[in-house]
Design a protein around this ligand. Structure first.
Ligand SMILES: [Zn+2]
Length: 305
């Protein structure tokens, strides 16, 4: 019995993404061994100067537009969304991925884990997929390229994002309740993926939570989605299992250690001669970031940023 328990514990501890719950963002130095010694860890700082341009085939997302029932949960580390088991599982191919990857779940980080051009965004969504040749995420996490994550960055917008409203109403109601599901009807994954999926960064990294399993294929779209400051605050109010506010749920940036980072430039942006989203909200966000680094963020964040 003891041996059985030990094996079970080891599996849960090593496989991490959904099960290893006794870790905290404020003491990364005591995370699992691989998190500290791994050479291909995530997240990383992305920018066009470290990236090699590469022309991948376009992504093919199947089933993302379906309207489904979703189950929402505050897992103590993030807000998590899973499609109801009756839903047809959305899949992704193309975009340089080898094989077909099934969507396992979505979860959010506030602020972003990856930075892009030295800017940390207010929110990052991870759409976690696993290769269909494995039976689930836990098994896939044991294999190189078993997991592929599509990362979506959010920019501050003056207006609430309508697609977020039903999701955020439920997340707000779950802020003090960990590990309990609430049902969201009429959920479409498509609303949480940028329309322009042609531009993205690609590199090989890891899960960003313990056990930090490596061999994860990362995609970060260069096109962003909007979210308002008020909506970000709903995420920031989420509490941990210990009933403390989860003010920070992003891991610190990890060294590249000689890894290749690739960038597929969206033809839309290439025609504009610009691969960055230099819209007003982004420019404002960058200004906010500078002010943040100067220590004035609280005042600014409460007014314009
Ligand atoms: Zn994540």
């Amino acid at each position: 019995m003891l041996t059985r328990f030990s094996i079970l514990f080891s599996v849960l501890y090593l496989t991490g993404p959904a099960f290893a719950s006794h870790w905290k963002y404020d003491n990364e130095e005591s995370w699992a061994a691989l998190c500290l010694t791994g050479k291909k860890q995530s997240p990383i700082a992305l920018n066009e100067f470290i990236a090699t341009k590469k022309d991948y085939h376009p992504f093919n997302l199947v089933g993302y537009g379906q309207i489904n029932t979703a189950l929402l949960k505050n897992n103590g580390h993030s807000a998590e969304v899973r499609l109801h088991s009756s839903a047809e599982v959305p899949t992704v191919t193309g975009g340089g991925l080898i094989g077909t990857y099934k969507l396992d779940h979505l979860h959010f980080h506030w602020q972003s884990e990856h930075t892009m051009s030295n800017y940390r965004f207010p929110l990052e969504l991870h759409l976690v997929h696993y290769n269909e040749k494995y039976s689930n995420l836990t098994e896939a996490a044991q294999h190189t390229h078993g997991i592929a994550v599509l990362g979506v960055l959010f920019d501050l917008s003056p207006d609430d994002d309508e697609d977020f409203k039903p999701l955020l109403e439920i997340i707000a109601s779950l802020k003090e309740t960990t590990n309990e599901h609430k049902v969201l009807t009429d959920f479409s994954v498509k609303n949480f993926v940028p329309r322009d999926k042609a531009g993205f960064y690609r590199y090989e990294g890891s899960l960003t939570t313990p056990g930090c399993n490596e061999g994860v294929i990362w995609t970060l779209f260069t096109s962003t989605l909007p979210i308002s400051k008020k909506q970000v605050k709903i995420f920031e109010a989420i509490q941990t299992e210990e009933k403390t506010t989860l003010t920070k749920n992003y891991r610190s940036l990890q060294p590249l250690n000689g890894r290749e980072v690739y960038l597929r430039v969206s033809p839309i942006r290439e025609n504009n001669g610009n691969i960055q989203t230099w819209t007003f909200p982004v420019a404002l966000s960058i200004l906010c970031n500078v002010l943040y680094s100067l220590g004035n963020i609280q005042k600014i964040y409460n007014s314009e940023c």
